[in-house]
Design a protein around this ligand. Structure first.
Ligand code: GTP
Ligand code: MG
Length: 298
């Protein structure tokens, strides 16, 4: 099967040529999308352009996702592989990713489990939190929800594509695929130190990742689990409100007007958390049954 590598690049004049050179022997086609870079990225890409390396350019910076979509639209391969233009993802894992697709996986992730110290500390913390949340939300073990190295069949892209603009795209795609019951396989990979300057804004992008995780968790849930999830959030909110009132009264007046308030808080939050777990389990089972039914009908 023909493989197409998509490389979105924004101000990556140093890393991009190294990435192209490294991946050349591992894929059948490389599609570079320069996203309105203000440095020499485009010139660097054009120096490498040939039959196998195709270069496209957005006149204005439109974001990583727009660049990935442009890349996929121009790809002619059966298998699409994403990687970053900063030299962090080694090319030697391409054959493992492709093998898993050929064996039937819908989405293969290069999970950055080796040399994790090359992910800046704060980002690593975020990565652990988001991967834990992704695991919890999808009831499927996900080690690295944010990884930029991933592969899938070209015709899967419409199903895997999600509404996002920036670096929250990968997390959202992973969780949605898991929620929809697609087969996700993770290959442990090494993560190298970045060449060039990072484009990730930890706080802003982190907030968008959290928001997209929650929105995908809710929107992709079945009606039955939504009916369980909605009251559970209400329980937690009311519990927290009563908790805040108790703390306020304790500090303001030295006494809580109702001695059972803290108990209510603990009770409501506990019920809320248990209901959320129940809602997620119901959703997981519903999706699994749907997928089995789908396969039986084929
Ligand atoms: N096309 C396009 N690509 C972008 C944009 N912002 C970032 N990228 C690319 O997306 C990839 C990921 O961005 P990075 O800055 O490496 O983010 P990261 O990998 O999460 O964080 P680091 O560990 O710091 O590298 C790189 O190849 C960037 O060039 C953008 O606005 N447009
Ligand atoms: Mg990077």
């Amino acid at each position: 099967m023909k493989t197409s590598l998509i490389v979105p690049a924004y101000n990556e004049e140093k890393g991009l040529p190294l990435v192209i050179k490294e991946y050349l022997d591992w894929v059948d086609e490389i599609i570079v999308v320069d996203d309105g870079s203000s440095d020499e990225t485009f010139a660097a890409a054009m120096k490498c352009a040939n039959d196998k390396v195709k270069v496209f350019r957005h006149e204005v910076n439109s974001g990583k996702v727009a660049a990935l979509r442009t890349g996929v639209a121009h790809a002619s391969g059966d298998i699409i592989i994403f990687t970053d233009a900063d030299c962090t993802y080694p090319a030697r894992y391409v054959s493992d990713l492709v093998l898993e697709i050929e064996k039937g996986a819908d989405l293969v992730l290069g999970a950055r489990l080796e040399s994790r110290h090359n992910i800046p500390l704060f980002n690593r913390l975020g990565n652990n939190i988001f991967s834990f949340l992704a695991t919890y939300i999808s009831c499927m073990k996900i080690e690295d929800s944010q990884t930029g190295m991933r592969a899938f069949r070209r015709q899967m892209f419409d199903k895997l594509d999600v509404q996002a603009k920036g670096l929250e795209f990968e997390t959202k795609m992973t969780v949605r695929a898991a929620k929809l019951g697609y087969k996700i396989v993770e290959i442990p990979i090494e993560y190298r130190e970045r060449v060039g300057k990072s484009k990730l804004r930890p706080v802003k992008d982190g907030a968008r990742m959290l928001e997209s995780l929650l929105s995908v968790a809710y929107s992709e849930s079945s009606l039955l689990s939504k009916m369980i999830l909605l009251p559970s959030f209400a329980f937690i909110l009311i519990g927290m409100l009563i908790g805040f009132i108790s703390i306020y009264e304790k500090f303001q007046y030295g006494i809580i007007s109702h001695e059972f308030y803290p108990l209510f808080t603990a009770f409501l939050i506990l019920i809320g958390v248990q209901l959320i777990s129940l809602g997620l389990i119901v959703d997981f089972l519903t999706k699994k049954l749907d997928r089995i039914e789908e396969q039986l009908m084929k």
